[in-house]
Design a protein around this ligand. Structure first.
Ligand code: PGA
Length: 251
């Protein structure tokens, strides 16, 4: 039985006051971490203030990291420093990073190693563009992204990894993949993990769906066999919606 994981990706949103307010609202309301992993991934300068207020049932994540731990890399974010600040998760290879900041399967792979080395739990994003889906290339794209991301990653480390299937055309567009499309691609990704690592790792790895998830559609999405949670952008900015979606994952 895989424990569900609901992660909010705040992207470049929320002021300090809004974030503190959010923390007050969610602190007593989130279900136990024994039942569901609840995570908020925020901008780096906010980490400290969130970690101070996170309570027992919420974990904090970053949205990116660099693949070196220290050195002359102006503007980058060190996994070692994130760990010092008691950050638990880090999103790697989000489609916005891939499209606007030139991330590739190779950089995603290096970042996964940096996260693991620093005991951060990677949420690794994969997903196809609209033209790729329309020209029936979804599975080819997912195969390339999954094989590239996990190149040389050991089976033992795969238990720390969460994969987020996020079709790019469904992110921030209000256009959710149907639960069937989401399930089909998550099952395909699980199959790839099986091919690479065997049955046990494939059965245990958690795969989230992301792309316009909201309270109105989360039940259907996470009822699917191969979907173990959600990575949520817009709808994670409101405390009441976030609480509702985490609770839906426990049902
Ligand atoms: P969205 O974003 O829920 O606003 O579509 C999801 C994501 O980018 O992770």
């Amino acid at each position: 039985m895989r424990k569900p994981i609901i992660a909010g990706n705040w992207k470049m949103n929320m002021s300090r006051d809004e974030a503190i307010n959010f923390m007050y609202q969610v602190s007593e309301e989130l279900p136990s971490i024994d039942l569901v992993d609840s995570v908020i991934c925020a901008q780096a300068p906010m980490m400290r203030c969130l970690i101070k207020r996170q309570g027992e049932n919420l974990r904090i994540g970053a949205q990116n990291l660099y693949w070196e731990d220290a050195g002359a890399f102006t503007g980058e974010l060190s996994g070692k420093l994130l760990k010092d600040y008691k950050v638990d998760y880090v999103i790697i290879g989000h489609s916005e990073r891939r499209s606007y900041f030139g991330e590739t399967d190779e950089t995603v792979n290096k970042k996964i190693f940096a996260a693991l080395r620093n005991e951060l739990l990677p949420i690794v994003c994969v997903g196809e563009q609209l033209e790729e889906r329309e020209s029936n290339k979804t599975n080819d794209v997912l195969t390339k992204q999954v094989k590239g991301a996990f190149k040389d990653v050991k089976a033992i480390d795969m238990e720390k990894i969460v994969i987020a299937y996020e079709p790019v055309w469904a992110i921030g567009t209000g256009k959710t993949a149907t639960a069937e499309q989401a399930e089909e691609s998550c099952a395909f990704i699980r199959g790839l993990v099986k091919e690479l690592y065997g049955d046990v790792v494939a059965d245990e790895i958690r795969i989230q769906y992301g792309g316009s998830v909201k309270p109105a559609n989360i039940d259907e999405i996470i009822s699917k066999e191969n979907i173990d949670g959600a990575l949520i952008g817009g709808a994670s900015l409101k405390a009441d919606m976030f609480i509702e979606m985490v609770k839906a994952a426990v049902k």
